[in-house]
Design a protein around this ligand. Structure first.
Ligand SMILES: [Mg+2]
Length: 236
């Protein structure tokens, strides 16, 4: 049996697949006049709203449906568009439908194969409700690539990013020290910062060119070609 001594984990949403695509399709479906506004900007704003509202959901002040509607209403409002509740529900419904039709970024398989060929544990740490995240994992056919025992969904384990304990929990479960573990994710606040705090090596997959915080200098990559070169260098 292989003795694993290192691990590389990925975030799911917007790291392994393009989360903007199902979102853009859902908006198109509602035939909203978004004027000259950029869907990507509205999308980024809805992700931010989602993170803010997540706390309220965790405290029980907001239902999951409420959160999903409210993040849309807030982000559209920021761009001068008023959404009715029913429009927000309509977008969310189509968004979920199209999330069942997502596909992996082109070079994900190549990256995972590289890691596995080098006896490195390869896994996923993702925030969200278990069923919802598993549905996307299924749509992406990720179980063909990544063993189920290395897929960690926040609601299933009781810790969620940006709580660094989620990383410490995974370290214990896989029995690999934090300083031998890499985490690749697209969010500065949810991925880079807590991975650092837990002693992991974060890689910021910043292909949407968001602004990061200060005080930390993660490896920054904006495409999978560069990620693969980085991993090859790490491995050698
Ligand atoms: Mg993400």
């Amino acid at each position: 049996m292989d003795k694993h001594t290192r691990a590389v984990f990925f975030d799911l949403d917007d790291t392994l697949y393009d989360q903007l695509l199902p979102f853009a399709r859902a908006i198109k479906q509602e035939s909203l006049d978004i004027g000259t506004n950029n869907i990507e900007e509205i999308f980024k704003s809805s992700r931010k709203a989602s993170d803010l509202l997540w706390e309220e959901y965790k405290k029980g002040n907001l239902s999951l449906d409420g959160l999903r509607r409210e993040r849309l209403i807030r982000s559209f409002r920021e761009y001068g568009i008023t959404l009715t509740r029913s429009q927000a529900s309509g977008i969310q419904e189509s968004y979920e439908k199209y999330q069942g039709e997502i596909s992996l970024f082109p070079s994900v398989k190549k990256a995972v194969k590289l890691l596995k060929d080098n006896h490195i544990i390869c896994g996923i740490i993702t925030n969200g409700p278990v069923q919802h995240q598993k549905r996307k994992i299924e749509a992406l056919k990720l179980s063909e690539l990544i063993s189920d025992e290395y897929i960690f969904v926040s609601d299933g384990i009781g810790f969620a990013k940006p709580d660094k304990n989620i990383f410490s929990y995974v370290s214990k479960r896989i029995n690999i020290p934090a300083n031998q573990s890499v985490y690749i994710g697209d969010s500065w606040e949810n991925d880079v910062v807590p991975a650092y705090e837990a002693g992991w090596t974060p890689v910021w997959y910043n292909y949407r060119h968001r602004k990061g915080g200060t005080g930390k200098e993660p490896e920054i990559i904006d495409d999978y070609g560069r990620l693969i070169s980085y991993l090859k260098e790490k491995i050698s």
